[in-house]
Write a new protein. Structure first.
Length: 460
């Protein structure tokens, strides 16, 4: 592997001529050594509603923390052991991508990834992965910082609105990188990054993460203002610090990174997934049930707990557990929600609450302040009998309305979860097409819902 002292342009040409993405990488990622996720565009869920969900659910690792942490393993030639990794489709995709770059990725245990990036063979993230999942763009910062160059296609993922990577790109430029953006890809190169002071136009969590990773190996101090404060960003910073990075301020709007010459391997456990926890709390409530989520960090769910309480549900927290029960009054009350960046109400749970609020008394509103196309699920809920009016980025939900079975389609990860919850509370049978979206973010959702008493099957 050429050292960064060689010309980044020559280095890029040499590396891109080496092994890239091929069928053998994908086959390896789907072997027993990688996430075993079966997902296809024609997968569907068949749900028969009416049964209350009851019981406890242990919450696994957070997708939105595991992905950047796995990408960060590219910053070192040392071995990284990452625990509590969810077995979901997005992890399988990133595993494919890391292997296409020449990294060795093994799963000695179902939720433990061991990554050795000591012998990378490429600095190009193949389009087949980046266009499939936006988080694939997170390899750009580590590759640029360690090897002096990186290339990736324009990122794709869920169709929930415009999510440009200009935050990442402008940050790379401020640290001295040259960026070429053509119709197909971003090409970034710099012999050695230097520290910089930057203000993010938008508190993008992937942008903050990419720049934080790049700054770890830059010369001098980097200050990132208007940074994302998401808990998953904090988790990444803690992982990087465990590798020898010097990061402070993560979890606030200003992150400061003092560059170091080299990082080493680490053994780290990923934080629990607050979004999955919120989904199961809402699932119990919409079915008039009683669900407890365990192995969570309740502080990460403050806005969710607050809204559940205002709806009249009985919510108890203790230690690392949260319990949510159907209101003693026998009815849910309307609430207004503004989905916004952390510590506000999470945009990734507003669709789930959109389904839940179809059963609340009175008109509730959800105002989506992050993604402009994230209310599309309303048309699917209306097909089940909901009364939801959408104007620009605000949905008005009239309730309570009895829901009935229908044939509908998941539009993205979170809308798929919302439709599943609605189907569990509806009368009759619902078929949810394009349910492969759910596999990208939820591990064993069908099995977990069955254990709680749900009547649900997977159909391929």
């Amino acid at each position: 592997m050429p050292e960064p002292s060689e010309s980044p342009v020559a280095q890029l040409s040499q590396l891109l001529a080496g092994p890239g993405s091929s069928g053998k990488h994908q086959a390896a990622a789907r072997s027993a050594a990688g996430p075993s996720v079966v997902s296809a565009p024609n997968v569907a869920l068949s749900v028969r509603g009416g049964a209350p969900l009851r019981g406890a659910v242990a919450i696994g690792g957070a997708k939105n923390a595991a992905l950047p942490i796995m990408a960060a393993s590219l910053l070192t030639s040392g071995t990284c052991t990452i625990r509590n990794v969810p077995r979901i489709e997005d992890i399988a995709t990133l595993t494919d991508l890391l292997r296409s770059l020449g990294a060795r990725v093994e799963f000695p245990e179902p939720h433990t990834a061991v990554i050795d990036a000591s012998n990378l063979t490429s600095t190009r993230a193949p389009a087949e992965f980046v266009t499939k999942m936006r988080a694939s763009f997170l390899v750009m910062g580590p590759l640029l910082a360690r090897l002096g160059c990186a290339e990736a296609a324009h990122p794709g993922g869920c169709e929930i609105g415009i999510r440009p990577v200009n935050v990442d790109v402008e940050g790379f430029r401020s640290m001295g990188a040259a960026v070429l953006n053509d119709d197909a890809a971003y090409h970034v190169e710099c012999r050695r990054l230097h520290g910089a002071r930057m203000y993010l136009d938008y508190p993008s969590h992937t942008g903050t993460e990419n720049l934080m990773m790049a700054a770890c190996l830059a010369d001098g101090e980097t200050v990132i203002r208007h940074a994302s404060m998401e808990p998953e960003v904090v988790d990444l910073a803690q992982f990087l610090n465990s590798m020898g990075a010097r990061i402070r301020g993560a979890g606030t709007s200003t992150v400061v990174v003092d560059g170091v010459p080299k990082l080493h391997g680490s053994d780290y456990t990923v934080m629990p997934d607050r979004l999955i926890a919120g989904t199961f709390l809402a699932a119990g409530l919409i079915t008039h049930g009683d669900v407890t989520v365990e192995d969570v960090i309740p502080d990460h769910l403050d806005p969710v707990i607050y809204k559940l309480g205002h709806m009249g549900s009985e919510v108890d927290t203790w230690g690392r557990a949260i319990r949510c029960r159907w209101p003693a009054s026998g009815r849910l009350e309307r609430v207004d929600i503004q989905a916004i960046h952390y510590p506000g109400f999470p945009t990734d749970l507003q669709a789930v609450f959109g389904a839940l609020l179809t059963q609340a008394h009175g008109p509730s509103t959800i105002h989506e302040r992050v993604f402009e196309n994230r209310l599309g699920y309303a048309t699917q809920l209306n097909a089940m009998g909901a009364r939801i009016e959408v104007s620009a980025q605000t949905a008005t939900i009239h309730g309570p309305t009895p829901l009935h079975g229908a044939t509908i389609s998941a539009l993205d990860i979170r809308s798929g979860a919302a439709l599943t919850l609605a189907a569990l509370s509806a009368e009759g049978e619902t078929r949810i097409n394009d349910a492969y979206h759910v596999d990208r973010g939820y591990e064993d959702l069908v099995d977990v819902l069955r254990r709680l008493g749900g009547d649900i099957d997977r159909q391929c």
